[in-house]
Design a protein around this ligand. Structure first.
Ligand SMILES: Nc1ncnc2c1ncn2[C@@H]1O[C@H](COP(=O)(O)OP(=O)(O)OP(=O)(O)O)[C@@H](O)[C@H]1O
Ligand SMILES: [Mg+2]
Length: 366
């Protein structure tokens, strides 16, 4: 599992870790910080409770639980939860990802190797190829697949039994999932950003595992800049540790944390270089918007998917970017954060206000 685990993390590296300062070898550090059981998993109380019920119910009946979909922004613990699900069920986890399942045959090979009760984890399941997706429908519902052999009129389909398994799918874009696929999951866990207090607990746990002396106040300081995301919290902790060991006495105090985060360009809200680039382009180049996400991505030299899945969710949540039908709009908070004064209509959310015409007659006093 360790082998496939680190392989998997490397696969996710491109998109999710683009702004990261990860060096080879730290993938192991991240794996070591993964919570191993539901009790170990901090935060997400609703998801944890729901999942606990799903798993306990299945265990009582001695059956495999329903297929589970984990949806939410990168770094919130979807992969960790998938591993926890297998661990709690006492079964083994088979790992693959949507982009790896290009042909139906890729999936058929994966499915035919499953043992009863196995958990099949498909990461980035929204990127699965169409033929594989159609095969997956049948496998999820009836635990069988039809393998087509040959081509043209002579082609025959051979039915193949699949051992009862639980599919765990993870996606950063549940909206991109087709309806039929989404419908076949018995339970969807919606992961949300973490509260600072939860991140602080995660940081204290990680510090204990890494053997870093981290004060509660320093933990709060890092937590506040982690954009609601455990992966970022852990990453910042490792950077702060470097600073503490090289430039201080190794102890992470609040001052040390602040100084280190300044060096790494992480501001008070936790925005990093890419976030600020996106905000800067939106405000400076496009006058606050509205502008399409692909244009914005080109302006910062980044892929649209990265801007949309990695930066935007947090910027929207922080109230700095609004999504409107005509594109992305900077709110007054965004202008302020960049030390600029918002134009008057931005204060009210820009285009949304302008687009909404008052109903005729409302302001008509005659
Ligand atoms: N609830 C949690 N408690 C403690 N640590 C956590 C928690 N959630 C996530 N982490 C930490 O954050 C890291 C990232 O989590 P994980 O890889 O599971 O995220 P993910 O949702 O799968 O991200 P991606 O969408 O990029 O694949 C893990 O290495 C783990 O250490
Ligand atoms: Mg993951």
């Amino acid at each position: 599992m360790t082998e496939s685990d680190s392989g998997f993390d490397a696969g996710g590296f491109d998109e999710a870790e683009l702004t990261a300062s990860l060096v080879p070898g730290e993938g192991d550090a991240e794996a070591g910080l993964r919570p191993k059981s539901l009790d170990d998993f901090i935060g997400q109380p609703r998801v944890r409770e729901q999942l606990q019920l799903v798993l306990a119910g299945a265990k009582q009946r001695g059956a495999s639980p329903d297929h589970i979909l984990l949806s939410g922004p990168p770094g919130l613990g979807k992969t960790s939860l998938a591993m926890i699900i297998a661990a709690e069920l006492g079964t083994s986890l088979r790992l693959t990802s949507g982009p790896a399942l290009e042909r139906a045959g890729d999936l058929a090979a994966m499915l035919s190797n499953l043992v009863e009760g196995d958990v099949l984890f498909i990461d980035e399941i929204h990127r699965i190829a169409r033929p594989a997706e159609e095969m997956l429908y049948l496998a999820m519902e009836d635990f069988r697949v039809d393998v087509v052999v040959g081509k043209g009129p002579g082609a025959t389909s051979i039915p193949l039994e699949v051992a009862p398994f639980t599919l765990v799918g993870a996606t950063t874009r549940s909206g991109a999932l087709t309806g039929p696929l989404r419908d076949r999951f018995g339970f969807t866990a919606h992961m949300d950003f973490y509260e600072p207090a939860e991140l602080q607990r995660i940081l204290l746990r990680s510090a204990r595992i890494l053997g870093v002396e981290l004060g509660a106040e320093a933990g709060a300081e890092i937590a506040g800049r982690s954009r609601g995301t455990p992966r970022i919290a852990n990453r910042l902790l490792r950077r702060v540790r470097d600073y503490a060991e090289v430039r201080a006495d190794g102890v992470v105090s609040r001052e040390v944390a602040r100084a280190a985060l300044a060096v790494y360009d992480v501001d008070e809200l936790g925005l990093d270089r890419l976030d600020r680039a996106v905000l800067g382009a939106l405000v400076r180049s496009f006058g606050g918007g509205p502008v399409g996400v692909s244009t914005l991505a080109v302006a910062v030299g980044e892929e649209a998917g990265t801007v949309e899945e990695v930066c935007e969710p947090f910027l929207v949540r922080a109230g700095m970017v609004a999504r409107t039908p005509r594109g992305r709009v900077a709110t007054a908070a965004a202008w302020e954060h960049l030390g600029m004064v918002a134009p008057p209509d931005a204060v009210l959310g820009g285009i949304e206000v302008r687009a909404a015409e008052p109903p005729p007659g409302l302001f008509d006093r005659s």
